[in-house]
Every structure is written in C-alpha cells, then in structure tokens.
Write a protein that binds this ligand. Structure first.
Ligand SMILES: [Zn+2]
Length: 234
C-alpha cells in the first residue's frame, strides 16, 4: 500500500502520478531500473560530530583568556587586593573538571576525581592567600575536599563494580549522601574545637537509612521490584 507524499491519498500500485494532486509517484525500488535521478540523497550521511579536541581547545582558550585578562587587570588597574586569584582559581578548576574528561576520555574515572579534588584544593589555597588566612584552609577546606573525594571514589567504585540498575544506583547514592553529611559534620565540629556530636547529619542519616531499607526490600523481592519497574517505566 502506498500513499501520495503530497496529499496523502491512497494510491493504486500501478499509479505513475497522484489522481488527486498530480504529484509524480516514484517507487524507490524502481528508480534504479528506470534510470530516473532520485529526488533524495543516494547515500546515508551523518552530521559530523563535534571533535572532542576542538571542544577541549575552546574551553582551554576561554579559561586562559579569562585568567590572563583578570590577572592583568588586577596587576595594572585594580590593585587593591589579589582578587584575580579567585577568578584564576575558578578557571583552573573549570578546566581540570572539563578538559581531561573530554580529551582523555579513556582514563580511569578515579583519576579524574583525584584531579578535580586537587583543583578544588588549589582553588581554596588561592582564596586563603587572597584573604591571608590559612587556618580554615588547613582545618576545614582540605579535610572537606578529601572527605568528598574519598566518598565520590567509593561511589564510583560501587556504580562500576556492584549490580547496576536504577534501584541499586539509588542505594549507592543515598548511602554516599549520608556518609558525606556525617563526614562534614564531624570535620566541622573538629574545626570548631567542640565535642563531636551528630545533629543535622543524624537527620540525613536517618532519612537515607529509611530510603536504603526500602530500596533493599524492593531489590530482594523480585515481584515488588518488577512492580516498581512497571509503574516507574524503567
Ligand atoms: Zn496527491
């Protein structure tokens, strides 16, 4: 069964043109045989993908230009403080987070996380230099970044090694979130030099534990799991 491409009317198998609007009928299978130039491209073509290297180059140039311009402005015009360090640090962090992952996409994800952590530590160090106060950097900034990095590494490991699927991943993410909050509160208490006591992180921990238990129950009962899958369409 064929239809006119112009008006949609049903066509007879032998029709050479549409009886209603007179549009010529071309059967793609017969074009070769009859030597007609087809009204569509002969070969499949694909839109060219953006080259990873080009994207990396663009991000690098934007970061570099921003950092250099702000550095020069700070040096030549607005000399009040070392404000440009904040911008330069942000450019470095952005570059480290985007470019290696795009260009060297075959590297291990654990390595990217290490680079990201190092870039954030460097950024915090630049801010510490800017405000000339290092105590918070050592006592709070670095431990918080280390804690986040360690938990993100664990999460990456879990996602790559343990069972996949959206429910299992939810389990890993909620567990990581609870660990992260507990870690943060302990580090903040230590920095403030007060006895370590969980308060807000205990709330997060409780909520995450309830969600985790619900997910584990769903994962362990096949019927329940399938029902959830069906209802949430995944
Ligand atoms: Zn027609």
């Amino acid at each position: 069964m064929s239809y006119c491409v112009n008006c949609g009317v049903e066509l007879d198998a032998s029709a050479k043109s549409c009886p209603l609007c007179n549009t010529p009928v071309l059967n793609p299978k017969e074009i070769k045989r009859e030597g007609i130039v087809p009204p569509f491209p002969k070969e499949k073509a694909q839109v060219e993908e953006i080259q990873r290297a080009d994207f990396g180059w663009l991000v690098s140039m934007v970061c570099l230009a921003t950092a250099v311009t702000c550095g020069l402005l700070n040096w030549l015009a607005f000399r009040g403080s070392l404000w440009s360090l904040a911008v330069i640090g942000a450019c470095v962090v952005l570059w480290v987070m985007l470019v290696p992952a795009v260009i060297y996409h075959k590297w291990s994800p654990y390595l990217y996380l290490l680079f990201d952590g190092a870039a954030v530590v460097l950024y915090l160090y630049l801010i510490a230099r800017m405000v000339e106060s290092y105590e918070w950097f050592q006592g709070l900034g670095v431990p918080l970044v280390l804690c986040t990095c360690a938990i993100m590494e664990l999460l990456t490991f879990a996602v790559r090694v343990f069972p996949k699927g959206i429910l299992a991943r939810g389990l890993y993410v909620f567990t990581a979130l609870a660990l992260l909050c507990v870690g943060f509160e302990v580090i903040i208490d230590l920095f403030r030099d007060v006895p370590v006591r969980l308060s807000w992180s205990a709330v997060v921990l409780t909520v995450c534990s309830i969600v985790d238990i619900a997910i584990i129950t769903m994962l362990s009962r096949r019927r329940l799991r399938n029902e959830v899958r069906r209802r949430l369409h995944f």
